[in-house]
Design a protein around this ligand. Structure first.
Ligand SMILES: [Fe+2]
Length: 249
């Protein structure tokens, strides 16, 4: 799963993802919109990615043990706002329409397997501190910078099922102001839905021995239940160099 902000519209990334042969679900981020005003860069990425994209829809990936529903594409968080590029490609989608699309996609997911919601920005309601999962950390005052439509959609989805997990990116782990602090990246609500912020930026680094590392947020389900969530940094040979276990706590 890709949580978006792949690039600023560099088609090489979308091309590389389109060639992945294992089940893949992609949510594009605000940076992926391309900033061209007319949506051509965004459209080109969507064309390349094809059915791997799950904006406002149930993912068509070929994995029958987990359903993935996509939220609103290219979100920049902060409530509800559509950029000119998103309007050019998807039209003037109103808040309630976006909510209904997410809820309808969740309704179409089979009830027999866990439901995961993939978004670029997480939902409102996860805290208003800079270090909250979707907290605004680049400007004072700190506030909840989550998506309003996703928060409202989750309220409605809960009436017929509890999503196991909501995964998103956008708000980077390293906080921009307030010293060398990092964000909270995992939470579980009172209904049993877990929330994972996967926005480790940059995702690639070098350890003290000079080895290349790559970050993945890692989730495991066992018999339909979420049993493991972590941030993992992998070496080039796929061995784990470091792991931060988030769940079970
Ligand atoms: Fe973003």
């Amino acid at each position: 799963m890709f949580v978006g902000d792949l690039s600023d519209g560099d088609l090489r990334i979308a091309k590389a993802i389109s060639k992945i042969s294992i089940p893949t679900a992609v949510m594009l981020g605000n940076h992926d919109r391309g900033n061209d005003g007319c949506g051509n860069v965004l459209r080109a990425q969507l064309d390349l990615l094809g059915e791997k994209v799950c904006s406002w829809d149930l993912s068509k990936w070929k994995l029958d043990s987990l359903s993935v529903v996509g939220a609103r594409p290219c979100s920049g968080g902060g409530g509800f706002f559509l950029t000119p590029e998103v309007k050019a490609v998807f039209g003037q989608v109103e808040l309630n329409v976006s909510v209904n699309r997410i809820v309808s996609a969740a309704k179409s997911a089979p009830g027999s397997v866990p439901l995961l919601i993939l978004a670029h920005s997480g939902p409102v309601g996860l805290g208003s501190e800079a270090s909250s999962l979707c907290g605004r950390d680049w400007k004072l005052p700190s506030m909840d910078w989550g998506d309003k439509d996703l928060g409202l959609a989750l309220d409605q989805i809960r009436k017929f099922r509890i999503p196991e997990l909501v995964v998103f990116g956008h708000t980077h782990h390293q906080l921009r102001i307030g010293g060398n602090r990092t964000r909270k990246t995992f939470a579980r609500d009172i209904w049993g839905t877990s929330y994972l912020n996967a926005a480790c930026v940059p995702r690639r680094g070098i350890d003290s021995t000079g080895q290349n590392l790559c970050h993945f947020s890692w989730i495991e389900f066992t018999k339909g239940s979420l049993t493991h969530v972590s941030h993992r940094w992998f070496r080039k040979d796929a061995s784990i160099a470091y792991e931060e276990i988030l769940f079970p706590e």
